[in-house]
Design a protein around this ligand. Structure first.
Ligand code: ARG
Length: 464
């Protein structure tokens, strides 16, 4: 019999009961439910709303349920337990009697599920922090291990200007650092106490909501009871942060997949993070990177699903909201797993430095530098652009690179050219010339690396 069966003369069919249940998903927040109930019971006892003996019995009962989960004697019953809140209250009351039936005083499942979901979101954020931190560490190691490797930098996937491989890796570092901040914001939004809102309007019992918040380590209390039970924005924040992080992973995966093709051959994937083909014996496929790229769609779907779920809901609680948890769990666990997969894979890639450097020299990637040379000698940049464009065209026709031009060739294009241009057009000189803050010269990248390491240390303080 359901805990709300009093006003009913008949019960839902087994099928309807199963359809309305959230028990399976709720198994992910048992600990949160037990902790929330314990804080509520302690407060009820301290406020004299229930007797100290009843409060004590409830606390011991909840503790025993916690232990019974580990020894396998905790048994939910899908035939009667609609959700984890009802299951725990039923088991508690069966075990300790009347005191258990007093636990729900001044509380509703509406504020209870809001609290549990918030604490679950905070735990998911914590897991993501760890995984992000792990990946960030790998990106920094790659930037350090390959600090003198030059690769082509691209725009429109066409060779643009040479960059350091470290610089490229650190670009991802900063993307994931922003993800870390977004997860932190979601965590901050989640860790507020909705309990005490009861069904929607608050309660006539002399409860102390701050006490419950303090007990649970939550820094604040939601000031409006209607908002407390009807808000799922903290899940939107979490899922948005997950979707953006997955989008970042997906971009990285796309590069990994391209770089490991025969055409690029910039990197080789470790055997441990590659798969073969059932028919083509020679194949070594980047399945894991493809799968992470693919899972991005799912996580974006989770975010959109929640936005659509919430968009038409009147205040306050609506059963629709029961659907909010699965997407959040899926988004967060998918992201955590994907971050760890990428960390594992990237830690063991082989960087084919010579191939990258040779590619960086292709495609006239020093052209901007030649134009800058002329501009620094007084030619308006737009004019210099035109002169160098013509030089490139000429080189292309002759099948040579800009660095192969003689001083005579150059002087024929502009008498501003002098012999100091020679020897500055190789990819390394071009890279080293970019000394601006955040640029790709080894000095700038070394400075950037210092900032990144500071940032990693800050992240560490949150994951510990
Ligand atoms: N299982 C429900 C959920 O996940 C708990 C809240 C139920 N409240 C209600 N009034 N039916 O949303």
């Amino acid at each position: 019999m359901a805990l709300w069966s009093g006003r009913f003369e008949d019960s839902p069919s087994e099928f309807a009961q199963a359809f309305g249940a959230s028990l399976e998903t709720d198994l992910n927040m048992i600990h949160e439910d037990l902790a929330g109930s314990a804080a509520h019971a302690r407060m009820l006892g301290e406020q004299g709303i229930i007797s100290p003996e009843d409060a004590q019995a409830i606390l011991e009962g909840l503790e025993a349920i916690h232990h019974s989960m580990h020894d396998g004697t905790f048994e939910v019953d899908p035939a009667v337990d609609e959700d984890i809140h009802m299951a725990i209250e039923r088991i508690l009351t069966e075990r300790i009697g009347e005191a258990g039936a007093r636990l729900h005083t001044g509380r509703s499942r509406n504020d209870q599920v809001a609290l549990d979901t918030r604490m679950m979101a905070a735990n998911l954020a914590d897991e993501i922090w760890r995984a992000l931190w792990t990946l960030e560490g790998v990106l920094i190691s790659l930037a350090k291990d390959y600090d003198d490797v030059v690769m082509p930098g691209y725009t429109h996937l066409q060779h643009a200007q040479p960059v350091l491989f470290s610089h490229h890796m650190l670009a991802y570092f900063w993307m994931f650092a922003r993800d870390f901040d977004r997860i932190t914001e979601a965590y901050n939004q989640a860790t507020l106490n909705p309990l005490g809102a009861a069904a929607l309007a608050g309660t006539s019992y002399p409860i102390d909501r701050s006490k419950v918040a303090e007990d649970l380590g939550l820094p604040g209390v939601i000031p409006n009871s209607l908002d407390a039970v009807s808000d799922r924005d903290f899940l939107l924040d979490l899922e948005y942060a997950c979707a953006v992080a997955m989008m970042h992973l997906s971009r990285l995966c796309e590069e990994i997949i391209l770089w490991s093709t025969q055409e690029f051959n910039f990197i080789s994937l470790p055997d441990t993070w590659s798969t073969g083909s059932s028919i083509m014996p020679q194949k070594k496929n980047p399945d894991f990177a493809e799968l992470v790229r693919g899972k991005t769609g799912r996580v974006v779907g989770d975010l959109v699903g929640l936005l659509v779920l919430m968009k038409g809901l009147p205040l306050a609680y609506n059963k629709d909201m029961q659907e909010c948890k699965e997407g959040a769990l899926d988004a967060a666990t998918t992201l955590s797993d994907c971050l760890l997969v990428m960390a594992g894979m990237l830690a063991d890639i082989t960087v084919n430095a010579e191939v990258m450097e040779a590619a960086a020299a292709q495609g006239f990637t020093a052209a901007t530098d030649v134009a800058d040379y002329l501009a620094k000698r007084g030619m308006p940049f737009r004019e210099a652009h035109e002169v160098v464009g013509k030089l490139v065209l000429d080189c292309e026709k002759r099948g040579i690179g800009l660095e192969d031009l003689t001083l005579e060739d150059l002087k024929a294009a502009s008498d501003l050219f002098d012999d100091d241009i020679l020897g500055t057009l190789d990819v390394r000189s071009v890279v080293e010339a970019r000394t601006s803050f955040g640029g790709t010269s080894s000095a700038s990248v070394a400075q950037q690396l210092e900032f990144a390491e500071e940032r990693l240390a800050q992240m560490r303080s949150l994951v510990e």
